[in-house]
Design a protein around this ligand. Sequence first.
Ligand code: T1G
Length: 703
Amino acid sequence: MSEVVSYELIDNIGVISVNNPPVNALAQVVREGIHTAIQSAQQDESEAIVLYCEGRTFIAGADITEFGKPPQEPGLPVVLGAIENSSKAVIAAIHGTALGGGFEVSLACHYRCAIPSAKVGLPEVKLGLLPGAGGTQRAPRIAGVKAALDMITSGNPVGASKALEMGLIDKVIDGSDLKAGALQYAKELVGADAPLRRIRDITIDPSTVEEGYFEAARKQLARRARGQIAQDKIVSCIEAAVELPMDQGLERERELFVELVTSPESAAMRHIFFAERLATKIKDLPKDTPTREINKVAIIGGGTMGGGIAMCFANVGIPVTMLEINDEALARGMGIIEKNYKITVQKGKLPEDQMASRIALINGTTNYEELNDVDLVIEAVFENLELKKEIFAKLDGVCKQGAILASNTSYQDIDQIAAATSRPQDVVGMHFFSPANVMKLLENVRGEKTADDVIATAMKIGKKIGKVCALSRVCYGFIGNRMLGGYGRESQMLLMDGCTPVQVDSALEKFGMAMGPLAMGDLAGLDVGYKARQARTDLPDDPKLYRMGTVLVEMGRHGQKTGSGFYQYDPETRRRMSDPEVEAMIKDEAAKIGVEQREISDEEIIARCLYPLINEGAKILEEGIAQRPSDIDVVYVFGYAFPVAKGGPMHYADQVGLKNVYDKICEYRDRDGEQYWQPAPLLEKLAKEGKTFAQWGREQEAS
Ligand code: T1G
């Protein structure tokens, strides 16, 4: 055994206890400890064995930090073999989240019990992997092919009662003492002379799987997870569970697992797993920085954003007061919220009664005085700095001392907003992404004077409402929107140079973006970018710059909301269709400004759209706007649907090679002009030193 695994006999039941905080991951010492304990239990007077974990959860999986390192004995399959071949029944006692290798350990046991709040799952697919310790062979045998395929390809956990229904566990232990309950259950099994029930002994009747089932599953999964490769291999493993004896199925699973664990897709997804958690750690903020209680929230503005933000808090039981300028606007705002909830109920994602209780938590007012007892206010009015300053001055006058005053602004200067109050230390940016009740990213913005506990509170409440948080300093557009400039610019420049809208968007959608930049512009509204450009004085005087966006808006083609933009949209289904009229206009506009169009490869489209993201990201790091390269990856994966299997723009740049990125940017600078293509000094430095952003990030963390 090891120091994190102990073994004791209690009333002739051998109890193996694992204690490897924070989540009892199956590090080498844990595997060795369990293996040794099982072996010694074969020789003692124990009549059965309980496998139990201390702390907050049963084993939550293999230790992801060990991936990519030389394997250490005993491997997990060896440990599972020892459990499964034990001469005495082994009972898994589950609480918390038995996930991945943790749940696979329990499936190698002969029986499984759990407390009602426990969850079990095989989320490996979210790391670009598949269950590599028998999960794809045991789960279908015990829960059926379809249930197992759904569970493994979604990666979503199931609660104890559902798991009981599915046959994944055998008993739900009532009461709070899992260990006592599991011991009792073990004694009952011994008393009943229960057999050593091994899942491997179950065979699946192939006739229970309808013709073409796996083929259809592959097609459906390919559509759902573009750019990811694990799903298809999971289907192959489940097929093996139907067609092959257990040991050959395990071999097939192992073979496909190794292909995945060494793949760039999985490396990218594991990078994002840790990046998401690292982003909550703020370098100059002590881990135990106190946070302020948030029991009551106010939202200023009941538009799409305000309504979505209000829902985020109501969804976790926090009462919300939404303020609008008059009753009519307030009614409209409440209507948006009800409509959003009704859609969720119709999709079967929310029971009707929960919708009612959440709506009941949101009330409306037109009177600022009623905000005098809230703990957090989030302003979500439209992007006018003067209006925001007026609102914050009012809030300063009515809100209690210690209330946090946040703005949902997507690029305005938080320091100027804070200066409109007598309490700049309580002012912070909390930038949600539309739709706020759906998008995972929350970009918190730290002003010059924002207090440490306000930052810590914004990060903590963000996690509580289910957001993935990243911290930005103040600059125009913070991290995400500032980087987006070059991406949008080049997507339209490419049209002038010879691409059609569908060619630009298809290249990026093949790369893995959920939606190409031009279709995204149509969705957001081309007039939004048009108005923002009108307000800017720093744009180069270049007839080519955003030419088509401007022409289309001035023709009244604002995108989906007017039925056409870069594309035509079906009025019923909103399906987008290429528009020959736009393609002809593009050629005309290029001719007008003397641009000679040419064939452009997908590679050039990808480089010209993505390298500006990378280059701006490097500047953002140099300026200290973002804490670390992986924070930028978190922003783009969770806020802009950058493909998780590419790991975010900075991780992707490291895979491409910074010298290759730098050289390509220099090539475009020399061809297209340095007003658009000025390599960031950090990018140039790292390219010349042969380093990666990841290495630079680690050096910064260590300094
Ligand atoms: N390995 C290593 N560290 C892990 C870990 C893991 N599996 N899971 C969590 N951590 C760390 C995490 O980085 C953080 O560290 C701390 O634990 C708390 O995590 C063979 C191959 C269990 C639901 O995918 O889903 O098994 O930041 O902040 O919100 O088939 O962690 O404190 O330093 O997320 O309460 C399969 C991944 C692995 C589960 C808890 N298992 N983990 O959530 O805490 S592959 C998973 C989670 C595998 C087998 C295959 C969540 C959680 P730090 P946290 P949480």
